[in-house]
Design a protein around this ligand. Structure first.
Ligand code: SF4
Ligand code: SF4
Ligand code: FES
Length: 324
C-alpha cells in the first residue's frame, strides 16, 4: 500500500432485532487514503469482507440525505465525512445508526416518527386569498421576502438534526428541529394564510420543548440552522399569543427580570412561569437548589449598569419583527 494511506479500524454497530437480543460492534480494518469518505469505507467492507452489513445510501454526494448515521458519536452524512480526521482524533471510526429512531437492521433505522412529525406541521402552502398574485408578476414575493427563508430549502431531510436532538429523545411529542425549520418556512411565507393558526397549534407539546442546545444546528450538513429558526418561531409565537405555555411564560418572565433588575429573581421567575399554585409543585426542586445555593432567594437588587441593559432591550424591541 502507498504511504499515503492509513490503517483505519472501524467499529460498526451490528444488530438484527429479528434474530438477536443485543447489538454488538464488529471491527473491520482497512488501508485507506485519509480523504476516503466513511460511506466508501463501509461499501468496501460490504463488497470485500462482509456482504451482510446493512446500510442506506444513494447519491454519495451529500444530496439525497440517505446516509446519515452516528460517526464517533456525531450525527453526520457518511458520504461527506472523511476517515482521516476521525482516525487522527479518535484513533478509530465508530459507526452507529442514527439515534431517536428504532433500528431495523445494522445502520438502517425506521424513520416513521421523523416523517410523522414532518406531516404534523402540514408542510404545504395554505394560500391566502387576500394576497393573490399581483397582475403581470410571476411571483407574489419580493426578493427580501424570499430571503427570510433562504436557509430552509437547503434541507435534504437527512434527519441528522433529529438524531442529535435531546428534546426528541426526552419527549417523542416534540416535532424535532427539521419539522420546526420547515414550519418556519411556511410561517414567514407571505402567501400563506395560516400563519397565526400554525403558531398557535404548534405550541402545546411542541415548540417550547426545545432546549436551545443548538446541537441540531451543529449536526446539520446544509447549514439550515434549525435552532435559529426555532428561536424565530418562539418570538413570533409570543407576538401572536403572548404567554400561554410554561415556555413562553418563562421567556417573557426572564426578559422582565433582566430589564427590571439586570439579574434573575429566581423566585419571581418561577411564579411567572408556573403561577402561584404551580410554585408548590416546584417546592422540592427549589429546596434542593436553596440548600446548595442559598443566595438564589436573597432579596433581589438592581445591578449597576442595568440602565444599559434596558437600552439594549429597547433597541431589540424596535427591531423585532412581526410574523409577516
Ligand atoms: S436546539 Fe432544540 S431542536 Fe435543536 S437539538 Fe437542541 S433541543 Fe433539539
Ligand atoms: S435541517 Fe439539516 S440536519 Fe435537519 S434534516 Fe434538514 S438538512 Fe438534515
Ligand atoms: S448518500 Fe446521499 S447524502 Fe450521503
Amino acid at each position: 500500500m502507498a504511504a499515503s494511506t492509513v490503517a483505519a479500524n472501524f467499529d460498526v454497530f451490528r444488530f438484527d432485532p429479528a434474530r438477536q437480543v443485543q447489538p454488538r460492534y464488529q471491527r473491520y480494518t482497512l488501508e485507506l487514503a485519509p480523504h476516503t469518505p466513511v460511506l466508501t469505507a463501509l461499501l468496501r467492507i460490504r463488497a470485500e469482507i462482509d456482504p451482510s452489513l446493512t446500510l442506506r445510501y444513494s447519491c454519495r454526494s451529500a444530496i439525497c440525505g440517505s446516509c446519515a448515521m452516528q460517526i464517533n458519536s456525531k450525527s453526520r452524512l457518511a458520504c461527506q465525512t472523511p476517515i482521516g480526521p476521525e482516525v487522527e482524533r479518535h484513533g478509530r471510526v465508530v459507526v452507529e445508526p442514527m439515534r431517536n429512531q428504532p433500528v431495523l437492521r445494522d445502520l438502517v433505522v425506521d424513520q416513521a416518527s421523523f416523517w410523522a412529525q414532518y406531516d404534523r406541521i402540514e408542510p404545504h402552502l395554505k394560500l391566502d386569498p387576500a394576497h393573490p398574485m399581483p397582475e403581470g408578476r410571476t411571483t407574489s414575493m419580493t426578493p427580501e421576502e424570499v430571503d427570510r427563508f433562504k436557509e430552509t430549502p437547503r434541507c435534504i431531510a437527512c434527519a441528522a438534526c433529529f438524531s442529535a436532538c435531546p428534546a426528541v429523545e426526552a419527549d417523542p411529542a416534540f416535532p424535532g428541529p427539521m419539522a420546526l425549520a420547515k414550519l418556519y418556512r411556511f410561517v414567514v411565507d407571505p402567501r400563506d394564510g395560516a400563519t397565526q393558526d400554525r403558531l398557535v397549534r404548534i405550541q402545546p407539546n411542541g415548540l417550547w420543548l426545545c432546549l436551545r442546545c443548538h446541537l441540531c444546528t451543529e449536526a446539520c450538513p446544509k447549514d439550515v440552522r434549525p435552532s435559529e429558526r426555532i428561536r424565530d418561531l418562539k418570538e413570533m409565537a409570543i407576538a401572536v399569543q403572548g404567554g400561554t405555555e410554561h415556555g413562553s411564560k418563562h421567556a417573557i418572565g426572564f426578559k422582565d427580570n433582566i430589564v427590571d433588575l439586570g439579574l434573575l429573581n429566581e423566585m419571581k421567575l418561577v411564579r411567572q412561569t408556573f403561577g402561584v399554585g404551580g410554585m408548590l409543585g416546584q417546592l422540592p426542586q427549589g429546596l434542593k437548589i436553596w440548600r446548595k445555593k442559598p443566595e438564589v432567594i436573597r432579596k433581589p437588587h438592581r445591578i449597576e449598569g442595568a440602565d444599559e441593559l434596558e437600552k439594549i432591550y429597547a433597541e431589540l424591541d424596535k427591531r423585532s419583527e412581526t410574523p409577516k
